[in-house]
Each structure stands twice: as C-alpha cells, then as structure tokens.
Design a protein around this ligand. Structure first.
Ligand code: GDP
Ligand code: IMO
Ligand code: MG
Length: 423
C-alpha cells in the first residue's frame, strides 16, 4: 500500500503527527518537495521532535527514509538538524537515511537573497521562512542550480559555486547587504557535505525495488495545498508543488504506484506568513494563542487562526484526489460554544463553491458561514471515535460531506496515541 500524506490548508495541519502514526505499518518514508521551510512536530512518550528536512520515519528504528530529488536541501541546515535529533537519542545512519543525488542544494547566499527580496517587497512581502527556498528553486528552474551529485565532484562544484556567488553578490550589493566570499562558502558547504556524503545515492532504483517487492511506501508532504505554486494563493505561496503530484515528480515513483491519498487538515484553519485568509478570526486566534497553541514550529511566529474553510478543503480534496481525511486538533475547539463553518465565498454578490484564481477576488472574498453547536467538553482523553461527543461527530460529518471525502482519522491531542481511527 503506497500512501501520500498531503496538507490541505496553508501548512502545519499536523502532517508530521499523521505520518508518524502511519509509519508503524510503513517500510519507507519519503519527502518529495520543499526544504527546511517545513517544521513537522511529532510527540511520542513525552518527547517532542521537530523535523525540518528529515522524514518523520527517522524516529523509528527499522524504517528507510528518503529525501527525494524534488526537495531543496540546505546541507548546513540538515547537519544541524541531524546533530539535534541525534542529541535526542535517535541514530541517523546511511542505511536509515538516503539522500537522492538529484536533490538540489540550498547555498548560504540563497537565504540572503530570500531575505533581500522580502525586504524589497515591503508591505507586499510573502512572509517567507527565509530558508532560501524560493531562490534555490529559481536556480533549479533557471538551470543554474547545483545538485548533491555535483558536490561529489569538488572541482566542478567549486567553479559553479564561485560563479553563483559572484552573481548573488551583484544583487546583494544593490541592497547594501553583506556579500559572500566564495572560498568561505565552499568551506562551510563542504564541512557539512562530508557528514552527508555516505547518505547520497541514486534513490530511484531503491524506491522502485521497494515498490516491486510489495513494501509499504509513505510520502510525507510538506506545506499545504493553498501554498502550492500552482493551486495556492499565488503569489503568497511557496515555490514547489505541495500537492499529491509533487510526491511523484519529487521522488521518481510514478502515479500508477499510488494507492491512497490522505489529506490532513485542522478542525479550524491556520496560516503563517502573508496573503489572503477569508475565515481569519482575531477572537479565535487570541483564544488559541492563549492556550499556548499555534506558534510556528520553524520560525516561532504566531499563526493566524480562523474558522474551518470548506471552500479551500473542497478544492484541496479535488486537486489531491484525497481518498481519506485526517482531521487534527479537534480538541482545539473543545471549549467553544458555537462553531462557524465557511461553506462558500461571496465575491461581489456571487456565491462561489471553489476558490478564485486572481488576487483581487481573493481580497474581496467574504465567507458564507453556517453555525454548529460546539461540544464544550474535553475530547483529549477519547481513545476511540465512538467516544467523541455527538456534536463533535456531527461537526466532522458535516466537514466530510461539504468536502465530499470520507474522514479516516481524527486527532484529539498532539501525542502519537491521540489519533482515532474512524470505523
Ligand atoms: P505539520 O507541519 O503539518 O507537520 O504540523 P506542525 O507540526 O507544524 O503543526 C501542528 C501542531 O499541532 C503541532 O504543534 C502538533 O504537535 C500539533 N498537533 C497535531 N495534531 C494535533 C491534535 O490533534 N491536537 C493537538 N492539540 N495538537 C495537535
Ligand atoms: P509545513 O511543512 C506553514 C509559508 C511561509 C510563507 C510561504 C513562503 O510545516 O506545513 P517559503 O519559505 O516556503 O518561501 O515561504 O509559505 N510556509 C509554511 N507555512 N507550514 C509550512 O511547512 C510552511 N512552509 C512555508 O510562511 O507564507
Ligand atoms: Mg509545520
């Protein structure tokens, strides 16, 4: 059984937790896109792990983890992450972590170019994580990027990096920013690269033989559908295809190998960074932040919070081909008396069941709400779907109906154990 786990909102839906839960029955966990802009939280037996580039399967002893070709990999950031996770008692060996030789490299100046571009956009800034993701993907598409395999040839990489540093410095000088010294960049990158070298390989035949021998493959999506470069709230998006298809192009496993797509969403909506957010609600944000919830795993920024938006979810279920929903953070709504669900957008008097494409319509989209009674009791101790209060079950069944997708899992707390399987 080969399953894609994909985010249906603006990221941080709880993908890490669902991937971790499903890893028990998987053999290989694969990241196919994004970079260390991602922050996936897994909590098990009281220990919290935050993963940025490492697939969540790394927390299990006997699973193979692959960083696929579609990822942009910051070698310095990855080594820092490996050291941190090893410090938490998790071994990261070459047989547990494989890195595709086709994976593009995020270099130190990509991060600076990311920050420079954000600064130049002023109040139109994207609100990026400043991890160099956009500039690294731009180099890939511009056909001037560097891949992990290129770093194996130090002579070639030196010439390439020296040329790219000179180009980047031209841009940085224009903004009066610190410029880079190619020799120093090479030294920093190669120090990190030496730690990663034993992990680099051609992952495609390995993935194919796992598939052909009937192993269970689990794809760990990063970001979410509304951050997808094609389907998201452009230009307030990330620079990769975060939707299900990205798992195939980002790994070399064909679409015919995929059996299921689990779409992960929160029982409400959150967004970090700039861009439209029709159901954003200050009262709900203040409430959730007051509970110490909804602060970003990567940057620590408070996430904007809002009501469940089924216009987004309906669209996300379509473009991802969702076969089952995982609704997390249901417990976040435990204390609310009345809940709102957005069923459509009103744009200049016209009712829309699907999101618009253009920026101006997004800015004018007003949510059409229906209200539902809250359950006003603690769900965090529920150990089965049946134990959920009837109002919570009604809310979930309305969600599934409005999105035209069945609910497969429900999250009632951050711990691995607080995941309920819907019969
Ligand atoms: P990801 O990027 O999609 O993996 O999600 P993040 O880890 O960035 O953010 C999700 C947050 O919600 C994390 O703090 C998780 O520990 C937490 N979380 C996930 N599922 C649940 C849930 O069902 N209930 C609660 N209370 N927290 C959850
Ligand atoms: P996970 O995998 C939430 C957002 C940033 C910004 C936009 C572009 O944890 O769900 P980028 O640095 O990618 O160029 O930023 O995308 N963003 C995320 N928001 N969760 C993420 O990842 C995100 N990765 C990027 O906040 O709005
Ligand atoms: Mg996250």
């Amino acid at each position: 059984m080969n399953t894609i786990i994909t985010g249906l909102q603006w990221g941080d839906e709880g993908k890490g937790k669902i991937v971790d839960y499903l890893t028990e029955t998987a053999d290989v966990v694969i990241r196919g896109q994004g970079g260390n802009n991602a922050g996936h939280t897994v909590i098990t037996e009281g220990t919290k792990y935050v993963l940025h580039l490492l697939p969540s399967g790394i927390l299990w002893d006997d699973k193979t983890n692959i960083i696929g070709n579609g990822v942009v990999l910051d070698p310095i950031g990855l080594v820092e992450e490996i050291v941190r996770i090893e410090g938490q008692g998790i071994a990261i060996t070459p047989d547990k972590l494989l890195i595709s030789d086709r994976t593009h490299v995020v270099l130190p100046f990509h991060k600076e170019l990311d920050a420079a571009r954000e600064a130049s956009l002023g109040d139109q800034k994207i609100g990026t994580t400043k991890r160099g993701i956009g500039p690294a993907y731009a180099d890939k598409i511009n056909r001037c990027g560097l891949r992990m395999a290129d770093l194996l040839d130090r002579g070639f990489a030196t010439a390439q990096i020296t040329r790219r540093v000179a180009d980047a410095n031209e841009v940085l000088k224009r903004y009066d920013l610190t410029i880079f010294d190619a020799t120093q960049v090479l030294e920093e990158v190669y120090t990190a690269f030496e730690r990663l070298r034993p992990h680099i390989t051609n992952t495609i035949p390995i993935l194919h033989s796992a598939w052909k021998s009937g192993k269970n493959l689990l794809f760990e999506g990063a970001q979410g559908t509304l951050l997808d470069i094609d389907f998201g709230t452009y230009p307030f998006v990330t620079s990769s295809n975060t939707t299900a298809g990205g798992s195939c192009t980002g790994s070399g496993l064909p679409p015919t190998a995929i059996d299921a797509v689990i779409g992960v969403c929160k029982a409400y909506t959150t967004r970090v960074g700039s861009g439209p957010f029709p159901t954003g609600d200050q009262g709900l944000s203040d409430y959730l932040h007051g509970l110490g919830r909804e602060f970003g795993a990567t940057t620590g920024r408070p996430r904007g919070c809002g009501w469940l938006d089924t216009v987004l979810l309906r669209f996300a279920c379509m473009v991802n081909g969702v076969t089952g929903l995982a609704v997390t953070n249901v417990d976040g709504l435990d204390a609310y008396e009345t809940l709102q669900i957005c069923t459509a957008y009103n744009i200049d008097g016209d009712i829309h069941a699907l999101p618009p494409a253009d920026r101006a319509s997004w800015d004018r989209a007003l949510p059409v709400y229906e209200s539902m009674p809250g359950w006003q009791c603690d769900t965090t101790a529920c150990t089965s779907y049946e134990q959920l209060p009837p109002q919570a079950k009604s809310y979930l069944s309305r969600l599934g109906h409005l999105c035209d997708a069945p609910i497969a899992f429900v999250g009632v707390g951050p711990d691995r154990k607080q995941t309920l399987v819907v019969p």
